[in-house]
Each structure stands twice: as structure tokens, then as C-alpha cells.
Design a protein around this ligand. Sequence first.
Ligand code: ADP
Length: 243
Amino acid sequence: MIEVKHVKKVFGKLEVLKDVSVEVKDGEVVVILGPSGSGKTTLLRCINFLENADSGELTVGDIQVDFKKASKKEILAIRRKTSFVFQNYNLFANKTAIENVMEGLVTARRVPKDIAQKRAKEALNWVGLSDKYDYYPSQLSGGQQQRVGIARAFVLDPEVILFDEPTSALDPELVGETLEIIKKVAEKGITMIVVTHEMSFAQEVADKVIFMDGGVVVEEGPPEEIFTNPKEERTKQFLSRII
Ligand code: ADP
């Protein structure tokens, strides 16, 4: 479903991604772990062309591009297949919950407004916000805002959802409810890449865990292997600090 080959990304003099390759199969949930600054977010952003990688190749479904040479049309096609859930929700502050969820359907997908509204309601109901259609982001808790963010990603019917630390901006008591919704998305069989520090979520939901450090993939494997029997010293150290 997704294949990233030899991606490199430099910010100024800082090599943030040093030849990273990642493969995600159809329907798989892949969790990316690693210390802060290891390049996890940049990798996700490159996959969605929110960031322009310097070199490497990307395959999403039936589209294959060279990161550097991708045309606008190809980038648009990749964005159609991939939705992004942001750490800080990235909702439009001047739009209500339902307007936020409808936005992509109406503007990017040209879905008629009445149909978009119906689908947005279904998505909001699905994340447990049936009583919050007309609330503005400032009137919602962080957990509720993130659920709007997830509904907005989900409503577009993507092949892949990229979650960038979806719970790290939340108060601790709101993390659980948000992870529950993300689990529901996983149960739908949607391919997902999740950057998170939530180890129990990774253990429970991931099909594969990728550990990154210093811009490289240090180790990857099934969660039971990575968590109980990590092979690399850097992975062991990271896990011993965090668990
Ligand atoms: P992680 O998600 O693992 O914490 P990031 O991908 O966010 O890591 O960042 C990796 C490194 O790249 C960090 O040192 C960060 O400061 C740097 N970085 C990220 N985005 C930018 C940017 N737009 N401009 C300059 N440096 C950046």
C-alpha cells in the first residue's frame, strides 16, 4: 500500500531523514516510535507532501513517484489517498465542527453540499459527537477537537490515514477517549501510520513497530518482538526510558 524508498530530507545543514525506507501493507497499522527530533513527523509529512523530500521514491497504492520529480497532478492524487491527523488538530477556528468535516469534501472533492453535510454528520456521529455539530473548536475540549480532526480525515474515505502524535497535545484524561476512536478507525481496516509515544496503544493495535533515531530506521518488527526482545542497543535504551 505504501512504500517509501531511500527518502532523504535536509533542513539547512541538519540531515533529518538519512535514507529511510518503510513499507506498509494494505490494512496494516504501523506505529513509529523514537525520541523527539528523530525525524518521525518529517517522514509522515513527506509522505503527504506537506514537506518536500530531497530524494527518494514513494508508492501509494497504484501511484509511484520520485519525491523530487512528482508532478502537481501526482501529488494531488497521493493526497486524495492519504488523510492527515495533526498533533494540534489544525481545525478552522471560524468554522463549526460540521463545517470543518465538510470542508475537504466540498472544496477538494466537489461533493454537493447536502451530501457532504450528510456524510459529515455520519462521521461526527461515529466519533461520538452527534451533539456537537454546530460547536466551534474553541467550544470543544482538546479530545473533542481531535475527534473532529479524525472525522475530517475519515470522511474523505482515504486509503491511508497518517496520524502525527494525535494525543500528545491532550490533557492526560482525554488521551484514552481519543485512542479509542483511533482504534475504531483501525478496526475498519484502513491502513494507518501512527507516530505516538503511547506504548500500550502500540502494543495493542500495531501490526508493526518502527523505531527511528537520528534520522534512520534503527529497528522494526511486530510489537511483541520490539517490546519484549529488542535487538538494537538504541531501541533498548529508548524503551527502558519510556516504559
Ligand atoms: P520527531 O517527529 O521525531 O520529533 P521531527 O521530524 O519533528 O522529529 O524533527 C526532526 C528534526 O528536524 C528536528 O531537529 C527539528 O527541529 C527539525 N525540523 C523539523 N521541521 C523543520 C523545519 N520546517 N525547519 C527546520 N528544521 C525542522
